[in-house]
Design a protein around this ligand. Structure first.
Ligand SMILES: NC(=O)c1ccc[n+]([C@@H]2O[C@H](COP(=O)([O-])OP(=O)(O)OC[C@H]3O[C@@H](n4cnc5c(N)ncnc54)[C@H](OP(=O)(O)O)[C@@H]3O)[C@@H](O)[C@H]2O)c1
Length: 293
């Protein structure tokens, strides 16, 4: 039975992975208390004990706006710790599966980004994540970098939970309509990741599919589209709730003025995932329905 170590077990993807991985492998999940990325050296002893075949890193500094202010923390978690993690994983022959983001791109295009396109992040978060990717590519012979976008889930802090919460105290909600991306249910990402690992579990020495993969549903939309659709689905079950009643208005990125600059277009094509592993994720409408339903 394959052994998998998951880092970031309290996050949206980390929590979803618990459900999928425990069905078919021996999985150990570490949270921040077990392993703080500020002290990643302590992972060495844990790796020697557990000897994982795969390490999945779903831990990250994910607050895009706060990262502008707390740059050191963002780089520590998303970059420097990943440098050490990638060296450790390689030294024990483990496959490193590392999550990354559409925010590595600058959004100057208006057609879907492929894995071969050159990143040019606009924010500290994007820069720190790109550096992490580069360490994984440099240090690991067996790795998967899974770039996804707009992760949402039922419980954690995410776009859908945030707008629902805001609707309790506001009468109108302005949502950005000129940043085009997608949202993806954490459980879909987890299922896809688990399927990939199953597909390569017995063949890691001869495997040649290592590299970067984009992992998202096949349709794009704006945050305004996502908010309006979430409201529509919510109104079917809870027509009188504050979220069903609130007025959702479009606003431009310039007017909204977020602390961190985001790409205007960062939709990822996941054709490579489909071609190499025959895996595709449902579109953003399904993701929102899962989270709202
Ligand atoms: N969220 C998104 O919209 C989004 C979009 C694109 C890509 N991604 C990528 O997808 C991956 C997972 O995202 P997610 O949404 O599941 O993230 P999340 O819900 O924000 O969870 C992040 C995880 O990282 C852990 N963490 C943060 N700082 C840590 C530290 N110093 N030491 C140890 N653990 C630490 C958190 O622990 P605590 O619970 O203790 O804080 C939590 O378990 C990340 O690589 C992220 O960059 C996310």
């Amino acid at each position: 039975m394959k052994k998998i170590l998951v880092l970031g077990s309290t996050g949206q993807i980390g929590m979803a992975l618990k459900k999928d991985l425990t069905k078919w492998c021996e999985a150990t999940f570490l949270n921040r208390n077990d392993l703080d990325f500020a002290d990643i050296e302590s992972l060495s002893a844990k790796l020697k004990d557990f000897k994982p075949d795969f390490i999945i890193n779903s831990a990250a500094y994910t607050d895009v706006d706060q990262a502008e202010e707390f740059q050191e923390n963002a780089f520590q978690v998303n970059s420097f710790a990943v440098e050490k993690l990638s060296k450790l994983a390689n030294s024990i022959g483990a496959v490193l599966v590392h999550f990354s983001t559409d925010y590595v791109f600058d959004g100057k295009k208006n057609t879907p980004y492929t894995e071969t396109e050159t990143p040019n992040p606009l924010s500290i978060y994007g820069k720190s994540k790109l550096e992490g990717e580069q360490f994984v590519e440099k240090n690991c012979s067996k790795f998967l970098i899974l770039r996804t976008c707009g992760v949402i889930s039922k419980n954690n802090d995410n776009f859908v939970s945030k707008i629902k919460k805001l609707s309790k105290t506001k009468k109108e909600l302005s949502v950005i309509n000129d940043q085009i991306t997608a949202v993806n249910f954490a459980s879909y990402i987890s299922e896809a990741t688990s399927k990939i690992l199953k597909k390569i579990e017995d063949n890691t020495e001869n495997e040649n599919r290592w590299g970067i993969y984009h992992m998202s549903g096949g349709e794009s939309g704006s945050w305004f589209d996502f908010a309006k659709y979430a409201q529509k689905i919510n109104a079917l079950s809870y027509p009188d709730s504050s979220f069903s009643q609130i007025k959702i208005l479009p606003i431009s990125s310039i007017e909204f003025n977020q602390k961190a600059k985001r790409p205007n277009y960062s939709f990822l094509t996941s054709d490579k995932l489909k071609n190499d592993f025959d895996i595709s994720l449902p579109n953003w409408e399904k993701s929102i329905s899962e989270v709202i339903g």
